[in-house]
Design a binder for this molecule. Sequence first.
Ligand code: PLP
Length: 382
Amino acid sequence: MRNIIYFDNNATTQPLPEVIEAVDWAMREGYANPSSVHQFGQSVRHRVELAREQVAGLIGAKAKEVVFTSCGTESINSAVRGVLAAHPKRRKIVTTAVEHSAMHKLSEQLIKEGYEVVTVGVDSSGALDIDALAAAVDDATAVVSVMWANNETGVLFDVARVAKMTSERGVPLHLDAVQAAGKVAIDVGALPVDLLSISGHKFHGPKGVGALYLRRRTRWQPMFYGGGQEREMRAGTENVPGVIGMGVAAQAAARRVADGCAQVGQLRDVFERRVLASVSYAKVIGGDEPRVPNTTNIAFESLEAEAILIVLSEQGICASAGSACSSGSLEPSHVLKAMGVEEKWAHGAIRFSFSHFNSMEEVDRVAGQLPELLGRLAALSR
Ligand code: PLP
């Protein structure tokens, strides 16, 4: 695609050139099965184990604690179901009202299966009510599952406080770190978290590969049975190109995080300031809370997000809505609803998410065009 301005990096990211090279190598040359005993297979095994170390490096884990999966969604499902299976007497899950659908829909399914799910709310800034979370945890609780960074607003939860509480109570904690990895420092060595999910395509790796961090001695059961891959924690021949690509991406992401992601943060902050200064009916959702540096959710009063996205798309500008289209009507997302965002704002909420592939020229162009594009829509809707 030519002349695309891609401000939709929370949906997925552009793979790094070195990731593409690694995937290409795995497809063309490293095609042996890493479980094969011949030297060819073992050379591929070596690359898979290197990728495990690289992914472990991004989150401060030991390589043995990293299980490769097919995506963030699988990691989350496998984390929660695996802990439930290992604690059959505990029938309660504590989570939040703003989780990604991977956890949100899983919770709905678990309720149908007879589990009790307690969903803790957030305030109007998107901050988690950690006292309510603590109050919900009891002896029947099998697992607490909380996201680290919200995909729609970028709001970061105080996971250190959550982890302190769960570890004091002796309840397993799973963190959905899919939107945090590669954007903020993660160190499971310093944080008492038992399970943590990440996904390769959110930090410039390939799609269709994720990882589950499983702290040693966590009581957990695998979801798949079959071959002995991933030390019997995730049966099935590895997605070798994906795994190797994710390893390369993780190493690069760790370097960017160590540098503080300053470049991306500057793009987001300048964009936000310029839009707020030039569009009188705009406000940032979740802007008062600590956020990942790349995300802003800007609501445009009394406009429809879908119309805004179409107008932006005509200009080659990619962003996302904070709303999901359900049965013909645009429903504000469960995240914005949980934050109590008024309908007139929630319907016009757009998520702009940046990466280091973006430039200040792109920010200038989009921020410069927005007032006129939105003005036309506003005139139409009046
Ligand atoms: N969790 C969060 C917070 C996400 O943003 C996403 C993807 O958007 C997922 C989980 C699911 O990840 P995947 O697309 O790899 O299944």
